[in-house]
Design a protein around this ligand. Sequence first.
Ligand SMILES: Nc1ccn([C@@H]2O[C@H](COP(=O)(O)O)[C@@H](O)[C@H]2O)c(=O)n1
Length: 596
Amino acid sequence: GDHLYARDDHVQEYMGIREQPRVPLRPPHRPLIWGDLNIIHTTDTHGWLLGHQKLSWAEPYYSGDLGDFSSFVTHMKRIAIEKDVDLLLIDSGDLHDGTGLSDGYHGGVDAHESNKFVGRLPYDLMTIGNHELYVYADTYDMYTNFIPHLGGRYLTSNVNITIFDSDGKSESVPVGNRYAKFTTRKGRRITSLGVIFNFTGNVANTTVQTVHDMVNEQWFVEAIAEEPDAFVLIGHMPVSYDSWPTVFNAVRAVHPLTPILIFGGHTHIRDCQQYDGRSMGIESGRYMETIGWMSADLDAAKGKHDNITFTRRYLDQNRVTYEYHTHTSKYAFDTINGRSITYGLQELAARYDLSYLYGTAPQDYTLSQNPYPSNGSLLSLFIDHAVPYALAINNTRDSIPNIIIINSWALRSDLFKGSFTRNDQLTVMQYKDTFLYIANVASGIASQILPALNNPPAMKQKRDETEDELSRKTRDGAWLEEIDDRPGVDRREATSDKWTFGYVTKDSCPNAGHADDTLHTALPYYPAPYYIGSNPPNVTADTPVDVVFLNYLGEEIIPILNRLQKNKKYTMDDVSLYSPMLTSDVLGLYAQAKWN
Ligand SMILES: Nc1ccn([C@@H]2O[C@H](COP(=O)(O)O)[C@@H](O)[C@H]2O)c(=O)n1
């Protein structure tokens, strides 16, 4: 029902259509290679449905929006029909926690409204992410309002929700479907699963089964018993250094030659793994920056033992990319459904008052393009300036010296020079976490907590993180440093061609370094510690101070405090609310006071 239409300039002006992109962008450097089974993949979109609207590089390369993406998918489906091949659309979870569109609601449920727009895309398969599992109301909303529209193709092979009937009787049921078997337009029989990594931070009344236990379930054994033409396995699980081999090996043990295509997520990176010559797994970045592409020549490999020819590509999410690959002009690109999604999202942004201005940021503050600590570091701005300012407001404990500790991953995206709006506040820090404290800790002990938290053996005790996730945190830094093969210092200043900045990916599949669709110069990258803290107060070692920390860190602080001193056995009873302020409010308060 999605009709294409051409526009002329007059119509464009009349309809108030925005001119996108607002700055010239490099186009892709070569056409996509199609196979007989092709997949467009999104993951970890985190509510970035209006795309990236800032002009600091490399943001314009991600300036497409969900409406543009919808138009792209419609054109690609048409091209697939013309080529007489299959094209599937897949998402690997984490739809929200990331922008005002998904998290700027007034008293509603996170992502309830934004997901209605996602639901207008013709997804063939979707799965659940950890962000759909932090708050029961969010999971329940997915279960009741979103998943039913997917017609059995929203897969949660190892995730259950507990639901209650009107008598309060409870039942634990899969959030979506455990698996799906379907036939493509070209008659290919597909078996699919939807798997999340061994996540342990899920809210009460949801359960995540370990991947190892899942593959030993009777339903799993039965689901994979019959041989399809291909297994299309999706999951909110990284394709490297995680549990995909557990699933892969379980399938391979039964079907030594059946093609296996894997679509992962969670680590926010562009990545690829081949588990053997007849399989490939990709991960397609984050925040509507990257659209993943995989193609496979299945017919040529049918009934043979040869390796399958796969291709993969990481597309920058913008209209230049979309028009290039669909051979359309900016006048013929938009579809009615695409335009209507864009307008609907803009209307939602207006309804949520997302352009409400807190102040004007004097410069860019980045998470990893500047070292921490430094003047350009968002982590420094937040922990050294914004949090101490915001926590001091109307706080009776303000006169007592304190040490504030947060997890740096609570900050989610860079803060750019110029207007700092309600939407910017929520893109940088959308979690509604609270600040807790433990009183009367000797300063000499309190100042040892942060180094102890950042020390790897202590990190292993983290309550709701698996070893897998911990190792990825360390690895992510190493991985990004590895791809960042140019000298880090002042790279942004050193080149006048800032418009070339963007992702430079070296993944682990054949022709590593050739999977980015648009050629870029890598952005500078500096790793930061997982935990960061405010500057310790200038007091003697025995001065009592408040240890202030995010509720997300919860019980992690207690065992460390008990290891560092033996005078008192701390428990959660020693923890109190430090301020009614939420983390998502900090930067707005700071900007209002300092950037006007
Ligand atoms: N209430 C919360 C929830 C999560 N976090 C942080 O986010 C990280 C998970 O995000 P991914 O996109 O990597 O899935 C988690 O490790 C926490 O650092 C938080 O701060 N508050």
